[in-house]
Design a protein around this ligand. Structure first.
Ligand code: ATP
Ligand code: MG
Length: 629
């Protein structure tokens, strides 16, 4: 199969293509129509088809692979490892579904899940899917106000939480955060279901509202809850974007199209079939976790590893050890995590037998060339950059090893995925860009199956956030990109992050790449700061490697950053100021919060910081600004 042929068919004959793809999952009632696009840009795939995510992820596999591991839960925080076969998962999910149903959860009801990255989080999600209830997973450890906001948006009947999570050996008590969130919100759920891991000695349950999961489930042991067959467009879940550019948006996902897109991507993108092992190092609180820890691998009949812990503990070889031990074929992680591992002794990789490992996929943020090169050389496997969004639910740009693996190009997440018709639009003229011309990345609607159906409860925000940027009706989350002669895309950053220096348009990413290519630099962030004469000027924030120690070393580092940028990108890109900082502000999902840096430099209000990971990072930046560059 040639990629070009399969891709062309997915674009030119979408209905035939997706009708065929729909055969990969079970339908209780097959779709009457493949696509209804009578109300653009809203669209419905597989109209009239009735299916269920839990059935496709679990029940469907029982006959053939009931004893095969479905989920292997590893925690290097509690030092536990447990393998659940498909039959085990079926039992656990039924117990969870029966318990939720006992608390009144019915089809269409929302359930907020606030859990660490443990198997019970996946069981809770699958249990909701079984009942046709809509889950909204909130990344564990988010502060009470974030949780309260999401509760008020979803108005759940039940909230599922754990007593606590753990990070770097420290217990993070969840229940007091839940209590605080419930006090603060206008639409608290009637019941809280607590999975008690025994981590919090001071755990308190409020009579009448809070329930111990283990105690309730005893009433439902061995019960099989019938699957709720829902129409393809029935919402499966809500999930919020990372909040990198502003207030997070509540993505609403459909059911049928999502199952079909995941089944297709498991085969075409991740090259994982039944019985093969995938390890996605993300957290169930993010879209990568939803799609490729839980639903994708299970729909494929594969084995999925869910991991609670740091990539560096008990030692920086832990992920590679798990790959060797479980015969992982596809590892899916993020550039941030790889940059952490890059600082470690490569022997932590080499001492493990990675003969089964074929691919390392990385997604979520730009994969800079130095990191990509290091990973390719040191891990010795195909490194595949993956570009997508919470909104899309599955990759937009990737290479497709399961179809036809094309060569990689450093700095590029590759080619359009099946079903995605892309355009690059010139911001000024609104016309489509030619090869080699920078523009805004857009998806030609209708959005393929699996992508968001709307913003939860806010069709208007769906239209204004994604479909109102160009004269043509196009979807865009406003990333800036360029396409080369071979059709490969390069993501240059977000349009918000474009710096306009005296009429020259520079991507923050280009300058960051250049700066982080300096041997002394561990990571760099670049923003455009308002400037009277030039409009904007680049300002660099650099985090140095430990080895850059003393004042002279730091001075030299700043000089070499400047020299390198000017040398590679020209004098226009020359930074107006370079600040050496102790930490960079990031979202909980590990993305640079450039807008907060820009606001500090321009002495403005930084806006919504609810998803900021470590407030201390902003203080570190303030200190650096006070000291001057
Ligand atoms: P918000 O939409 O709330 O501002 P966010 O865009 O960071 O937050 P996510 O859905 O987590 O929310 O991230 C998607 C974005 O991450 C993409 O639009 C893109 O900017 C960036 N991204 C993801 N993968 C890549 C990649 N491989 N290369 C470059 N950028 C990427
Ligand atoms: Mg976004």
């Amino acid at each position: 199969m040639r990629y070009e042929d399969v891709y062309r068919r997915s674009i030119e004959q979408p209905e035939a293509f997706w009708a065929e793809a729909a055969g990969a999952i079970d339908w209780e009632t097959p779709p009457e129509r493949i696509l209804d696009y009578s109300n653009p840009p809203f669209r419905r795939w597989f109209v009239g088809g009735r299916t269920n995510l839990c059935h496709n992820a679990v029940d469907r596999h029982l006959a053939q692979r009931g004893d095969q591991p479905a989920l292997i839960a590893v925690s290097t925080e509690t030092n536990e490892q447990r393998s659940y076969s498909y039959r085990d998962v079926h039992r656990e999910v039924n117990a969870f579904a029966a318990t939720l149903a006992g608390l009144g959860v019915e089809e269409g009801d929302r359930v907020v899940i606030y859990m660490p990255n443990i198997a019970q989080a996946a069981f809770a999600m699958l249990a909701c899917a079984r009942l046709g209830a809509v889950h909204s997973v909130v990344f564990g450890g988010f502060a009470a106000p974030n949780l309260a906001l999401r509760i008020d948006d979803a108005r759940p009947k039940v909230l599922v939480c754990a007593d606590a999570g753990m990070r770097a050996g420290k217990v993070i008590r969840y229940k007091p955060l839940v209590d605080r969130a419930l006090e603060a919100c206008a639409h608290p759920p009637g019941a809280v279901l607590v999975v008690n891991r025994g981590l919090d000695d001071a755990l308190e349950l409020q009579a009448g509202r809070d329930h111990d999961f283990d105690r309730l489930r005893q009433q439902h042991e061995g019960v099989e809850v019938p699957v709720a067959w829902v129409e393809a467009s029935h919402p499966s879940y809500l999930l919020y974007t990372s909040g990198t550019t502003g207030k997070p948006k509540g993505v609403q996902r459909e059911t049928g199209g999502y199952a079909v897109a995941l089944a297709l991507s498991m085969r075409a993108v991740y090259d994982i079939g039944p019985g093969q092992v995938m390890f996605t190092t993300s957290d169930v609180g993010w879209v990568v976790g939803h799609s490729y820890i839980v639903y994708g691998p299970l729909i494929a009949g594969a084995t999925s590893i869910i991991y609670e812990g740091l990539p560096t503990s008990p030692d920086p070889g832990i992920w590679w050890r798990l790959c060797a031990e479980h015969g992982v074929r596809t590892l899916f992680s993020s550039p941030t995590a790889i940059r952490v591992l890059k600082k470690q002794d490569p022997d932590h990789i080499h001492r493990h037998d990675l003969s089964k490992l074929q691919y390392v996929f990385l997604a979520g943020e730009p994969l800079d060339e130095p990191t990509a090169r290091w990973a390719g050389e040191t891990i010795g496997k195909r490194i595949i950059d993956n570009y997508w969004q919470t909104e899309t639910g599955w990759p937009v740009l990737s290479l497709l090893p399961g179809v036809d693996l094309k060569p990689s190009k450093l700095g590029s997440p590759g080619l359009p995925n099946l079903g995605y018709r892309l355009k690059l639009i010139n911001e000024v003229s609104g016309e489509e860009c030619a090869a080699g011309e920078k523009g805004v990345l857009a998806i030609v609607p209708p959005l393929p199956p699996g992508c968001l159906s709307t913003v939860w409860g806010d069709d208007q925000r769906f239209l204004s956030s994604y479909f109102s940027h160009f004269k043509e009706l196009l979807y865009s989350s406003l990333d800036w990109a360029i396409r080369d002669e071979d059709g490969y895309y390069f993501i240059l950053g977000r349009t918000d992050d474009v710096i306009n220096v005296a009429g020259h348009r520079l991507g923050t990413r280009e300058i960051e790449e250049s700066a982080s290519g300096c041997a002394l630099v561990a990571e760099a962030a670049v923003i455009g700061a308002a400037d009277e004469t030039k409009g904007q000027v680049p300002v660099v924030f650099a985090l140095l490697r430990q080895s850059a120690g003393d004042t002279d070393g730091r001075q030299q580092a700043a000089e070499s950053i400047r020299a390198r940028i000017v040398d590679q990108l020209g004098a226009v890109a020359g930074p107006a100021r370079i600040y050496l900082v102790e930490a960079l502000p990031k979202t909980r999902s590990g993305k640079l919060l450039r807008r907060s840096l820009q606001a500090l430099v321009e002495q403005r209000d930084p806006g919504d910081l609810s998803t900021l990971d470590d407030p201390g990072a902003l203080d570190a930046v303030k200190r650096a600004l006070e000291q001057g560059s």
